[in-house]
Design a protein around this ligand. Structure first.
Ligand SMILES: *[C@@H]1O[C@H](CO)[C@@H](O)[C@H](O)[C@H]1NC(C)=O
Ligand SMILES: *[C@@H]1O[C@H](CO)[C@@H](O)[C@H](O)[C@H]1NC(C)=O
Ligand SMILES: *[C@@H]1O[C@H](CO)[C@@H](O)[C@H](O)[C@H]1NC(C)=O
Ligand SMILES: *[C@@H]1O[C@H](CO)[C@@H](O)[C@H](O)[C@H]1NC(C)=O
Ligand SMILES: *[C@@H]1O[C@H](CO)[C@@H](O)[C@H](O)[C@H]1NC(C)=O
Ligand SMILES: *[C@@H]1O[C@H](CO)[C@@H](O)[C@H](O)[C@H]1NC(C)=O
Ligand SMILES: *[C@@H]1O[C@H](CO)[C@@H](O)[C@H](O)[C@H]1NC(C)=O
Ligand SMILES: *[C@@H]1O[C@H](CO)[C@@H](O)[C@H](O)[C@H]1NC(C)=O
Ligand SMILES: *[C@@H]1O[C@H](CO)[C@@H](O)[C@H](O)[C@H]1NC(C)=O
Length: 370
């Protein structure tokens, strides 16, 4: 009874102590679920213990008597061990998180002494199964896009990196739901890269990666190669475009001739003259764009001035619109009898991207413009 009263007074006095105080100056302590935690009061070897009381919150865990019976709380039976005043707590769960206090009665050279200590234990689940996932929207340039970082475990905090560099929110990307969701307001091709979500809590850390490819294009389709070439030589035409992914189709006049970016023809013949079209197709964005190139094989019956003018004009059309369909061009080629000038008027309707082609006959003897 007397001892219980003393305990009560000491407990009241200890309630003013902050965590990690007295003979339990280490703390707060962190542990993972299932681990063993040892609370170690700092005592000197000249001190002899006679009585130790360990308390969790308001509950006594164990009352240890050097010269008498021990009294263990049944809830802790088999899970705690005490030695020299240190308390070993095995197989901890989140229910063990909280405040631990100890009251130790000792004999020192000149009499008795009571030592007290308070500390805090924080038990967390280890992080597992970290992953970064995207929702169904395709990572196409201009789309809004979310990456979500999920993991199991308690007290999780997250940090995002792109290609090893910490991401900071700006007007183009933002972090939401406590860093769980990385939101791109409008994807740019520069967002292509490897994203890492680093998940941490006081007892563990796990990272998950996401390789992002931002799809775009085709834009800026260009053909490089000669406009005039000798008979029986090698022709190389190279088509390039800003497009991810891209597939290339070459056509001569209206016939498909090749299926990759570079077209080569050994031993050129007169029939290699004509209008080459490179069509670039992106099967993710669903867009297509083309470029035109006129070639005349020297020694072959060359293109007439009329036809050269026509090719020139069609180059202009392509540059202006990037959208003129092959059909219109080819039917225009077929339609030439005299000299035809194609005049392009872009529709102001916008979205539909409608174009109208006006034909106008002009004097057959007019000199072609350079
Ligand atoms: C307990 O303390 C005594 C004296 O300091 C020491 O000799 C002994 O090894 C300790 N026992 C344990 C289990 O730590
Ligand atoms: C009390 O527990 C300690 C440590 O578990 C042990 O050394 C001691 O013998 C026990 N005392 C009694 C009376 O059971
Ligand atoms: C640890 O505790 C959990 C839940 O209380 C229990 O299921 C498990 O068997 C214990 N493990 C050991 C090694 O005691
Ligand atoms: C924590 O305590 C609650 C209430 O006593 C109990 O239902 C729960 O199973 C315990 N959790 C663990 C992990 O032991
Ligand atoms: C996909 O991106 C578009 C364009 O930014 C956006 O309007 C739409 O809400 C997104 N859809 C989904 C399912 O995320
Ligand atoms: C992205 O996540 C935010 C926050 O969870 C949500 O409000 C938004 O609708 C999501 N956007 C898309 C395109 O899924
Ligand atoms: C993840 O975060 C932890 C804690 O902040 C840090 O130590 C570690 O280096 C990080 N890992 C990576 C790959 O950034
Ligand atoms: C393509 O058209 C040009 C000019 O009309 C012609 O000279 C050439 O023979 C044609 N080539 C093929 C393969 O049809
Ligand atoms: C696009 O084409 C490639 C082959 O060129 C194919 O592997 C891919 O699945 C296609 N993607 C779509 C969305 O059709």
């Amino acid at each position: 009874m007397e001892i219980a009263a003393i305990h009560f007074i000491i407990l009241m006095a200890m309630s003013g102590l902050t965590k990690g105080a007295g003979v339990l100056s280490d703390g707060p302590l962190n542990a993972a679920v299932g681990e063993t935690v040892v609370f170690n009061p700092t005592l000197t070897s000249s001190e002899t213990l006679i009585h130790v009381l360990w308390i969790f919150g308001d509950n006594i865990i164990i009352e240890y008597n050097t010269y008498g019976p021990n009294n263990t709380n049944p809830e802790y039976e088999g899970r705690i061990f005490i030695s020299n005043g240190s308390l070993e707590l095995r197989n901890v769960t989140s229910n063990d998180s909280g405040q631990y206090s100890v009251i130790i009665t000792l004999i020192v050279r000149d009499g008795g002494k009571i030592a007290v200590g308070v500390t805090e234990l924080d038990v967390n689940e280890r992080i597992s199964g970290a992953s970064v996932t995207s929702e169904t929207n395709l990572s196409i340039e201009g789309n809004s896009f979310n990456l979500s970082c999920d993991a199991d475990g308690s007290m999780i905090s997250r940090e995002w990196k792109k290609d090893g560099v910490k991401l900071t929110p700006d007007d183009h990307l933002s972090l939401q739901e406590n860093n769980r969701v990385l939101t791109f307001n409008s994807l740019s091709r520069k967002d292509t890269g490897v994203y890492l979500c680093n998940v941490t809590n006081p007892v563990s850390q796990e990272g998950a990666e996401y390789k992002m490819v931002v799809y775009y294009g085709p834009e800026n389709v260009q053909i490089k190669g000669p406009s005039d070439i000798d008979l029986k030589t090698t022709l190389t035409l190279t088509c390039s475009a800003e497009s991810v992914p891209a597939s290339y189709t070459w056509m001569l006049n209206s016939t498909k001739i090749h299926n990759s970016a570079v077209y080569t023809k050994d031993n050129t013949e007169p029939s290699d003259s004509g209008i080459y079209i490179c069509e670039v197709m992106n099967n993710v964005t669903g867009r297509t764009s083309s470029a035109l190139h006129g070639l005349s094989v020297t020694g072959a019956p060359g293109l007439s001035g009329t036809e050269m003018l026509l090719i020139l004009l069609m180059h202009l059309i392509i540059e202006v619109t990037h959208r003129v369909s092959r059909l219109i061009i080819l039917s225009a080629v077929g339609a030439i009898s005299g000299i035809v000038i194609l005049c392009l008027v872009a529709s102001s309707a916008g979205a539909g991207g409608g174009y109208y082609i006006y034909k106008k006959k002009i004097n057959k003897n007019a000199t072609p413009r350079p």
